[in-house]
Design a binder for this molecule. Sequence first.
Ligand SMILES: Nc1ncnc2c1ncn2[C@@H]1O[C@H](COP(=O)(O)OP(=O)(O)OP(=O)(O)O)[C@@H](O)[C@H]1O
Ligand SMILES: [Mg+2]
Length: 470
Amino acid sequence: MMPETALPAIRARLWRTTAFRLAVAGALVSSVGAGIVFIIIYLSTVGTMSRTLDREIAAEVAEIIDPGTHPNSAAVLSATREQLEDAVRGTFAALIGPSGQIIATNFANPPRAVGWGWYSAPSQGKPFAPGITVIRGLGIKLSDGGVLFIGESATALVRLKTRMTIAFAISFAILLALGLGAGVSLGRGAVRRIGRINASLGRIMAGDFTRRLPHAAGDHEIDTLAASVNVMLARTQALMEDVQHIGNEIAHDLRSPLTRLRAGLELAQEAEDAPRLREAITQAIAQVDEGLELFSALLRLAQIESGTRRAAFTLVDLSSLLRAAAELCEPAADAGGDHFTTAIAPGLTLWGDPLLLTQLFVNLISNALRHTPAGSDIALRAHAAPDRIFITISDNGPGIPATQRREALRRFGRLNEARTGTGVGLGLPIAQAIATLHDGSLTLTDAAPGLRVEIALPHPPRTQARQPHG
Ligand SMILES: Nc1ncnc2c1ncn2[C@@H]1O[C@H](COP(=O)(O)OP(=O)(O)OP(=O)(O)O)[C@@H](O)[C@H]1O
Ligand SMILES: [Mg+2]
């Protein structure tokens, strides 16, 4: 199966971008809002005006025909004539006889229809009256088959309707165009940015791990994301370098014991008597142990870093634990003619793993013994400050120059292999991992002359048990 390393080809289509979709959705929502506003305005102007018009027409009809009666054409003729005489501009009336003949009217082509209606002047014909092209009117059937028509000019109303509809159509179009325009420009920007980021990712996947994603300073979500990815890339790069470094170091460190093992086994092959053979086997076992020790130290470090040991934390009597660690190292100090002194405040307690804490201090004291000339002064001090517990291990040996401290804390970081001989270079990383596991810190500083290792550890939480374990 092909490994999935290929970058999905980015066909970033403009209309698929979030920026574009958001802008268009915004434009649509504002258009719907504009539509609702239009309907409300329309109903409250045009609607009210046409209702008023209808009421006026009904009132004029009532002046000619008494409500509830059904007169014939002859009966309404005189009232219609009066109405026509009083008619103001824009008011129309017509009386149509039973056979369709016009009996009385004040305008051309009066409609013969019955009921409410809107009537427009024929497009090529002349208007109902100068300037009046639309009439709202009511036709009433008379008892002899004639029709009484009363109408009012609706030209202004229709003009208002048209203007409002056009205004709305224009604003709707502008809103949509603005939304689309904003979407296109924002979407294009997003497509460009993603394209650049994708190009960088392609380079990184092709093996250029030093490359980072382009991003501008600011709070734009793509920029923040790119910045986070860059932090992740830097971390990954560092881890990869570490792994590479560790791999090289393991190979390097196993080579010497394996070479010696091989030489020893060759000798054993030629050994003529049993004591020589046994001697060769003993040496071979020692070489294998050296290699095994390297692996168990690496595994221990991995276990400490995984944090699983936290489950076994108890309240530790740190003062006793430090004294015991010092006692453990005293024979070695005596053998090297070193002056090892301790100043441990009583009653220090700590929430942690006693075995790991012992290993932490033994590693540091052993370093002070091993990496200093015979007869050096080595001191272990511990005291409690209000916020933390401080433990320092200092010596007056060669120390570690500030520029090499980082290297000393790296796995397999040995600074002076030729002089110091055997160590694998895991003592300090393990010590630092143990301090970190306990929410503490380990720092290398200058004891001028010599090295001072400072460990700061938190006080135990108040809620924990009072009974410490040593
Ligand atoms: N007290 C010290 N004075 C001077 N150099 C030191 C001191 N402690 C550590 N170093 C330097 O830092 C390096 C790393 O120390 P670290 O304890 O990690 O490894 P190591 O002592 O070489 O091997 P080991 O894994 O057996 O402890 C040492 O090789 C040594 O060069
Ligand atoms: Mg060491």
